[in-house]
Structures are given as C-alpha cells and as structure tokens.
Design a protein around this ligand. Sequence first.
Ligand code: HEC
Length: 107
Amino acid sequence: MKNIVTIAFALVVSAAALTAADVKENWTTHCAKCHGEDGKGDTKMGKKSGAKDYTDAKVLSEMKDDQSFKSVKEGMKKDDKTLMKPAEKLSDDEIKALVAHIRTFKK
Ligand code: HEC
C-alpha cells in the first residue's frame, strides 16, 4: 500500500511540471501548422515544406530522439532553405515533451 502511494505521488509531481494538456497546446500552437494536429504533416505548409508522416512507424523508427531534439531546438535546414525554424519560445523540457508526443501519433 505504501508503494502505491509513493508511485502515485511521484506521478503527480512529475506531471505537475508539464501536463499532457500543456504539451498538446504547445504542439497546436507551434508545430501543427506544418506537422498537422495528428502528426501526418497533411497541411498546406506541411506539404510545401515536406513534413513527413509521423503516424508512419517506419518514419518514426528512423527518427532519433536526441537528433529530433536538436532539430527542433536549433531548427532544420536543407541547403539554404529553412525547413523548420528554431523553437526559441520553448524550454528544453517542453521540446523533449514534444518529441515524446510525436511518438504517440503512431497508428
Ligand atoms: C514551418 C514548418 C514547420 C514547423 C512550424 C515545425 N516543423 Fe518540424 N519539421 C518541418 C520539416 C519540413 C521537417 C523535415 C521533414 C520531416 O522530418 O518531417 C521537420 C522535422 C521535424 C522533426 C524531425 C527532425 C529530425 O532530425 O529528423 C521533428 C522531431 C520535428 N520537426 C518536430 C517539430 C516540433 C516539435 C515543432 C514545434 C515546436 C515543429 N517541428 C515545427 C517543418 C516544420
């Protein structure tokens, strides 16, 4: 019984820092216009910039969390074209949570 209480407490504390709703809101505000609300990249800007389908297990398996973090934080370029701007308004923890959020789009 004591263990259950401890675990429940730990969950509440870690969730208090950044709730699932916060992460979702950040995704909607900062990422969805290209990557889509559902991660498919099936938006006007997503198609234009070449955003991949993050519901595709193959695409996800090729993405590495540390590289993804870096790309979101520092932005992503292809030749001289900016694919994705650096996420300047987001903290490292928020970016990490967004990268984890992407993994939940998998079909
Ligand atoms: C202007 C459009 C645009 C916006 C806004 C945008 N992205 Fe991207 N993003 C791209 C494109 C284009 C790529 C490259 C193709 C791909 O991997 O989908 C990319 C790639 C990525 C990758 C893969 C990086 C890698 O190294 O493979 C991740 C993760 C990612 N975006 C997350 C995010 C998150 C999180 C946000 C919001 C903070 C965001 N993106 C906002 C266009 C955008």
